[in-house]
Design a binder for this molecule. Sequence first.
Ligand code: MFK
Length: 548
Amino acid sequence: MGFLQDPPQLAHPYREDRLLRAMLDRALPPARRAALDADLQALGDHALTAWQRAAATTRRKPVLTQWNAWGERVDRIELTDAWRDGPHVTTRHAVLAAGHEASEHARLEQFARVYLYHVPSEFYTCPLAMTDGAATALKASGNKALIERAVPHLLSRDASTFWLSGQWMTENTGGSDVGQTETVARQDASGQWRLHGRKWFSSAVVGEVALALARPEGAGSGTGALALFYVETMDGPRRRPELVIDRLKDKLGTHELPTAEIHLDGLPAWPLGELANGVRQVAPMLNITRTWNAVCATASMARAITLARDYATRRQAFGKALIQQPLHAQTLADMQAEFEAAFALTFEVAHLLGRVEHGAAQAHEAALLRLLTPLAKLWTGKMAVKLCSEALECFGGAGYIEDTGLPQLLRDAQVYAIWEGTTNVLSLDSLRALAGDSVAALRTAINGWLADSINAHARQQIHAAMEAATNYLDTRSGQREALEAGARGLAITLARCAAAALLARHDTWLAPRGSARAGAALRRFVGHGLSRLGHVDATDTALLLGPH
Ligand code: MFK
């Protein structure tokens, strides 16, 4: 036998993750930090075992069987092992319940669990995100009957009583322009609301409940006339006949996740609140699922970088290990710095969410959360694609070969920039947030994070980029088209400024404890430049898009 390449090995995703551990050490009171450890150790073990198992087994996809041998419509979906384990892992480690505990740290502790569980869950985290969002939206609705009926199941710590929720918004008319929803809600003779229509991307069709947007019969057109309904999908052990699964989607990635096209043929439904303004009512859910999106994108990046770095110590080229090759080392370090910035912003959003939900936030922090949520989602979603692509390249040809398990990282990463709103939809959402007082809130937060900062150069760069972003906004105030055209560059600039300030805070905390790593991440990240304000010129755009 000739040369055999040593494959990459996965370090323990919790014990060997210095970044996660240091962040939790800094953010949590010691007693809570200690109490969290057992679940994180167990979820890290689970991730390691899943990785080892994946290397030794053939990947499977869910299978939909619509009819049984006797002609009965059954719409049965066979799930992968990880999905069948999902309710047990979720409830055993309180992945959802932890986020709803009565503590300002509840969300941070929840999302540390999500971070470790995401990759081994095979995107079971997608319906978990929606379940978390549904619990949050139901609580915000104040609908006592529905809260009492559903929330204990959604947040259950017992797999036998746990319910998953879907989020049924997207239709053929448009994933982003939800105001075009065609699903109609009609009252039957008994006064029961029933939904009739087609939902085009249902990622939790195996769930027990869903929140669905529909237009009450006779209501007007547009977003404001939509209502938000709660539905149950099961009648005992059987799926309700008014919910028909048309087919499973054939997707670029997230293959283990059974995303379906469905028909609602009179499915019973209950309004959460008023029979209008459904998008406003579902917004708490969207902001939760967008936070999950950022955490899961960050988790995928962590996996890709960990494997690429490990491989660089095992692979020899031109007489030395890749990690000793200056250009390869430079590439990995650049990736690491961007990743550490994304990690800092994502987990700040998670912590902030808990503080705002539990009334422990400072005056400016609700507006800050409203802005940072879309910024974290859009920035990490885009970064995950770039970083996973770069990580595959670190393996050369092996990164392009299916049964290394590596191409899956890139295919899966593409979803983060699309679902829950594309980069552009989220950039426009950040304009919604900026119409309030969130720039001032971000400035206040950044000043706080930079207080005591030991890196004067970084501080100056962050202030300069913030200044440029604020000027950019001010000079386009009232010019809607110009604001929209530049919204992506503006959003990414603000995300980078916030992340840099958070890296600076981490550096200030870690350096006296003898670690120079955070300082290196800060210098490298700031060195990549903070401003991404682009050249926005409507005439040039028209010329470039016009006929030749
Ligand atoms: C791995 C884990 C990751 C988790 C994955 C979960 C997978 C889920 C699969 C899916 O379901 S993907 C489908 C997700 N679809 C979207 O994210 C929709 C994308 N489109 C948008 O986000 C649009 O911006 C939106 C539909 C929300 C609004 O468009 P409109 O029709 O222009 O609405 P409008 O009039 O601007 O907003 C209506 C109200 O909602 C306004 O409030 P008011 O009625 O009080 O004026 C807005 O301020 C409010 N609103 C909108 N977005 C908000 C919000 N409020 C708070 N936060 C927001 N983000």
